[in-house]
Design a protein around this ligand. Structure first.
Ligand SMILES: [Zn+2]
Ligand SMILES: [Zn+2]
Length: 631
């Protein structure tokens, strides 16, 4: 019997003790069990958890056919979900038994730990899928929801096809376990690591180098064979980890892409924005919208801590990485070599208002692949508290003299970190009662953040679920609808303006800078890393005259009379101290550590330091294209 059939039979036999099972299906790595009455399983505490433990599979229980009709289901959902969720629409997809619930505050629809989702599934027999409704018009979210809903039948078909590849009979080769670094080795950008085992090949991240000389990972090396690739795992949405995904689909990859739900949504937002921007600037992008839709239909979302088979000999688990919303550490358990790899992606090892720090305990780890962005000698960041106090006092002083504060920030992550700090400042009365304007992609990105409270810090979850307050909808926040509103904002009274991009390389922050820089009462606060060659870096280094485009796109010279401040400590990466602490506290202790995603000189200074403070670990700084045998 084929492994697929064997697996289906084992699951059916096991769960038949509880309920009448009508069908067992495989959807990608998931086992979907259809029961005549799913309550008979779901009402027994731990029945599913125990089944998953015994069978070592993720099991989803659904009703063979809906228990309630569409109208009764709508009524049930409206009664269960609190009014403040503001449900906008409920849509049904008959072919897949799915009910899409579109609401303004999705955290309330989901309920704590997903309690409402389970209730809807149990009582109606429809599989609920929750979607965040935009509170202001958002072309991205409308497009995204439509393709998500209209693609659900196609996605189910794809998932079934993928499962026969995941559960194929093993060939029993004896090649050993190797990893090859296709990017982000002795550099920051284009993250991509190839893992080859006796049975399979997996790619960890597929990023681009934004503005770099070599934008793509080394997919041209003979060791990389697209047709042999079993799966791609994406740690988080930043383009240096996800930007080359559409390229894989353009060249014919049709396998799974594993990630968390928020990472999926944020990647779609960033790629959509990239295509839009290219069009506006008259540049031909290296991928098309078709590649993006193809990519989306092959995405398989996982929760933190959920272990799934991604090939005949690899199990994957994602854990919180504390870097941005949905960011993950990827843990691979390679059964054929009895070896475990932990890849950090980008991570942070301290709590912030937005996110809890990265996970540090795992069942087993032999090899650790760790990012090293801030592992240089001088990379020691001030505490979050110090950073907040510095930012707050700049805002207070600026407001007192009647000026405005511009904070250029990355739309995904940094902007929301700052927003939560400001909410806390308003609450503690250490900030003046002034409006905060948010511009550009920050709106869509924040909408996605507020849809996933379960992926955010315990601090945010407490606000949402205990105090019943969504910090992202604080009354101080005002979203700017478009460029026409910008001059009004900059000519009004004291205010804080948060706008992307963080390094003033483009986006609304550059326009605000042009409007605000000439006024000496204003302040510009740089909270992000400012790369060499960017406008942000020139301002940081004291430039008093800058050349920026005006409304007509003509380059004009603007005098910088506003005060320029640098506030460090809001970084989304672990600094040198956190990296050393992580190496010292990660359990179990890895034997071998590969340092990636860092400048060569920084990594070189870090290795002797790490050797001195941590014994018994072997450190390597791989080169691009280099292959290592792990087992
Ligand atoms: Zn990142
Ligand atoms: Zn990165």
């Amino acid at each position: 019997m084929q492994p697929v059939e064997q697996l289906k039979r084992r699951v059916r036999e096991y769960l038949s003790q509880y309920a009448k099972i009508t069908k067992v299906d495989l959807e990608g790595p998931f086992v979907v069990v259809y029961a005549e009455d799913p309550r008979e399983i779901l009402d027994i505490p731990d029945a599913i958890t125990n089944a998953a433990k015994t069978l070592k599979k993720k099991i989803i229980v659904l009703a063979s056919k809906p228990l309630k009709d569409e109208n009764a289901t709508i009524e049930f959902i409206r009664k269960l979900v609190p009014q403040k969720a503001e449900i906008i629409d409920i849509k049904f997809v008959q072919e897949t038994n799915e009910v899409y619930i579109i609401a303004k505050r999705t955290g309330y629809v989901v309920g704590k730990g997903g309690s409402n989702i389970l209730e809807i599934l149990k009582e109606t027999g429809w599989r609920p899928i929750i979607i965040r409704a935009p509170t202001i018009k958002s072309a991205f979210l409308e497009t995204f929801y439509n393709i998500l809903i209209s693609g659900s039948v196609e996605r189910k078909r794809i998932l079934k096809r993928l499962s026969s590849r995941i559960y194929r009979p093993p060939v029993g080769a004896d090649r050993g376990l190797f990893i090859t670094f296709l990017g982000a080795a002795r550099e920051v950008g284009r993250s991509a690591i190839l893992v080859h085992t006796d049975e399979s090949t997996v790619l960890l991240d597929s990023g681009i180098s934004v503005g770099g000389r070599n934008p793509f990972p080394r997919f041209d090396l003979p060791i990389f064979r697209l047709e042999e690739l079993d799966a791609v795992v994406v740690t988080h949405a930043h383009l240096d980890h996800s930007g080359a995904l559409p390229l894989l689909f353009k060249y014919g990859y049709r396998g799974p892409v594993y990630l968390t739900k928020p990472t999926r949504d944020l990647i779609m937002l960033l790629l959509y924005d990239y295509l839009n921007l290219s069009q506006k600037m008259g540049i031909t992008p290296f991928f098309s919208w078709r590649d993006v839709v193809n990519l989306m239909n092959h995405m398989i979302t996982l929760d933190y801590g959920e272990t799934v088979d991604i090939s005949p000999d690899i199990k994957l688990t994602l854990y919180n990485a504390g870097h941005i919303l949905g960011s993950s550490l990827a843990h691979l358990n390679i059964e054929s070599s009895k070896h475990n790899i932990l890849y950090t992606g980008d991570f942070r090892y301290r709590d912030t208002k937005l996110l809890d720090k990265a996970m540090r305990r795992f069942p087993r780890v032999e090899t650790l692949i760790m990012e090293c962005t801030y592992c240089g000698e001088r990379d020691v960041l001030p505490s979050l508290r110090e950073a907040e106090e510095a930012l707050f006092s700049i805002i207070r002083e600026t407001a007192e003299r009647g000026g405005k504060v511009l904070i250029p920030a990355l739309a995904v992550g940094r902007a929301q970190e700052i927003m939560l700090s400001l909410v806390d400042g308003f609450r503690r009365d250490v900030l003046p009662d002034i409006p905060v304007y948010l511009d550009g992609m920050i709106y869509d990105s924040t909408a996605i953040h507020s849809a996933y409270p379960d992926y955010l810090s315990s601090y945010v979850r407490n606000r949402v679920f205990k105090e019943d307050r969504d910090p992202f909808t604080d009354p101080h926040f005002n979203f700017i609808g478009g460029p026409d509103e910008r001059p009004d904002v900059t000519t009004g009274g004291p205010a804080v303006i948060i706008a992307p991009s963080g390094m003033l390389t483009g986006g609304p922050s550059v326009e605000y800078l042009r409007l605000m820089a000439p006024n000496e009462d204003n302040s510009i606060v740089l909270v992000s890393y400012q790369a060499e060659g960017t406008l942000g870096r020139r301002i940081r280094d004291g430039a008093r005259e800058i050349r920026v485009p005006n409304e007509e796109g003509e380059i004009v010279t603007v005098e910088v009379r506003a005060k320029v401040h640098v506030v460090e400590g809001f970084s989304a990466h672990a600094d040198k101290v956190q990296l050393l602490t992580y190496l010292n506290t990660v359990e179990p202790r890895p034997h071998r550590v590969f340092l990636v995603h860092g400048e060569e000189s920084k990594i070189r200074s870090f290795i002797p330091l790490a050797h001195k403070s941590i014994g018994g670990m072997r450190f390597s700084a791989p080169h691009i294209g280099e292959t290592f045998k792990l087992a």
